[in-house]
Design a protein around this ligand. Sequence first.
Ligand code: GLU
Length: 281
Amino acid sequence: MTRTRFAPSPTGPLHLGHAFAALTAARLADAGQFLLRIEDIDQSRCRPAYEAAIFEDLAWLGLDWPKPVWRQSERLGAYQQALDRLAALGLIYPCSCRRADILAALDAPQEGQKPLIGPDGPIYPGTCRHRAMSDARPEDAIRLNAAKAFALLDLSEVAFLDENIAPGVSHRLAATEFLTGVGDVVLARRGMGTSYHLAVVVDDAAQGITLVTRGKDLLDSTWIHVLLQRLLDLPSPRYHHHRLIRDDSGKRLAKRDDARAISLYRAEGARPEDIRRMIGL
Ligand code: GLU
């Protein structure tokens, strides 16, 4: 049975891109199950009013999902368990570097050269890699020691299948490419107890998601997710990275693009089928 999910963060109104993502997840669940999950780990940016609006917009679009929905803010214990497991394997370390420190460290060797930005931000130069978890302070982030992870798993690459981009073809990234192009990703952000990558991997497995559907902008994050699945002994779902909905100038829609908010179209009298037509469904 196919089980898919739509996993928005309640940090703004849902726009046409979200409508496309949610309807795609529901369509691909087919006769299986479509779940809604609220990704609200960044409590400083999430608002209950946006969460309520998500339920309302999706129901208006004709979607239905099992209740109660999972909220990631209520799942911190599960993320901590995953971190404990990685800590027992010696694979994580505390990090006190701020983004500016990282950029400064990366810029230093070749003045003026742009640092490489991976799916988790600038490639971490390893400043805190020597630190032990026993030395972790509340204001630290927690990072994965990626080189150690590949060595422990004795893996030379990570791979996943995407049913939309190139069906049947395995997407592969060599361990060396991961280390230079992704690096030591953050598994728990400062004061949050988790990160998008860790939470999404733990929850997709816990909810038995068999097909992860999401925008192509997250394609490169999938390398991180499949590595975490191996480390945590979790099954890898199938993937479907879909096209992104763009505005008239070709720019990808963002939450701040209120002009494209579903609620605005609704208020102007649009019907769900008008929304579908606008996004080519
Ligand atoms: N909360 C993520 C977002 O809003 C979901 C990404 C995913 O589906 O993995 O982009």
